[in-house]
Design a protein around this ligand. Structure first.
Ligand code: ZN
Ligand code: ZN
Length: 334
């Protein structure tokens, strides 16, 4: 279990409340923004005070209630949206890109995100999220009626905009951003999405987006192309985060915590074990649909909720990809 930076923040997360804005270290603020109607309850955006203006990490949902809550929280800690000069987005999910464009309209801030998560490029390469999900479901080998009903369920989930325009994209090799008295390194950490980026404030804080929360597994990116291996990407990304030497991790959900390297190792071990479990259930020719029904879940497969079954199936497809891509390496090691 991770060591919280603030017991109060962790306690209100555990009590299923939305924590109040709080200072992480001097000049760095955690600003939880409620997500109404979402199981996640809140996304935490972070505000960094620099000589080059305020830097915002992530931008909640595009919903009037999120925007209003964000503005009033900012005022409560003595800041205004007008003073934000840069918005750094960890990845292109709707609870992270939400009000970035509104901030830019108010303050003229630059909006930056990892190149592979730029919607324009993603649409050219992979299509929209629903297209990607449709491709993934086809790749699972599930019967057509199962694929069709899972896809239909996903379509019913509230649609979101995939249109945010960026002022610049961050290269896959990473880059250093200079804000005068604060330096932030953008580090490409695919796994949860293909362009996921964590931001390392060289004072020892890493903003980990959805890649490394305080507790629980990391959701893997949707497999939709030949060569996609989000589990392998994630394992390498966790090494990269561990090696930054950060003393505090600030995830976009749950709460900030201290034991960054230990947590990276713990999460790696969890996902490695998942891959090993899948490897043990396939002879090399099994489909994700074959494997997912052989795996042990909290309930028998047929009793799991429809959304859970869809999630588990797409997740298993990603794990299966990793068993295929590491098979050669395991042979070599023997
Ligand atoms: Zn996400
Ligand atoms: Zn998220």
């Amino acid at each position: 279990m991770s060591i919280p930076v603030s017991e109060a923040h962790a306690a209100s997360y555990r009590a299923r409340e939305v924590p109040a804005p709080a200072q992480v270290i001097e000049g760095v603020w955690a600003v939880p923004v409620p997500l109404s109607g979402s199981a996640l309850r809140a996304v935490t955006v972070f505000l960094i005070e620099t000589r080059a203006g305020l830097v915002l990490v992530d931008a909640g949902y595009d919903h009037p209630s999120c925007w209003a809550s964000f503005r009033s929280s900012l005022n409560a800690i003595g800041h205004t949206v007008e003073a934000i000069s840069t918005v750094l987005i960890t990845h292109n999910h709707p609870d992270h890109v939400g009000f970035a464009d509104r901030v830019r309209t108010v303050s003229g801030a630059r909006v930056l995100m990892g190149a592979a998560d730029d919607f324009a490029g993603m649409h050219r390469l992979r299509g929209g999220f629903l297209d990607q999900l449709g491709t993934a479901l086809d790749l699972t080998g599930a019967p057509q009626d199962v694929v069709d009903s899972m896809y239909a369920d996903a379509v019913k989930v509230a649609e979101h905009h995939e249109s945010l325009r960026l002022d610049a994209t961050l290269p896959a090799g990473g880059t250093e951003l200079d804000f005068g008295d604060v330096t932030i390194r953008a580090v490409h950490t695919p796994g949860h999405t293909y362009g996921h980026t964590v931001y390392y404030d060289t004072r020892g804080i890493v903003f980990t987006g959805d890649t490394m929360m305080a507790e629980g597994p990391t959701q893997l990116a949707i497999v939709s192309r030949t060569g996609d291996d989000p589990a392998g990407d994630l394992l390498a990304s966790l090494d990269r985060i561990r090696d930054l030497g950060a003393t505090i991790a600030c995830p976009a959900h749950q709460f900030p915590y201290r034991d960054v390297a230990t947590r990276a190792e713990e999460l790696k071990a969890f996902h490695r074990a998942e891959v090993d479990a899948v490897r043990g259930l396939t002879d090399g020719s099994a489909t994700a649909w074959d494997v997912v029904r052989r795996m042990s879940w909290k309930k028998p497969w047929d009793e799991l909720g429809r959304g859970t079954r869809r999630f588990n199936l797409v997740h298993t497809l990603a794990l299966l990809r990793n068993t295929a891509s590491t098979a050669g390496r395991i042979e070599d090691a023997r």
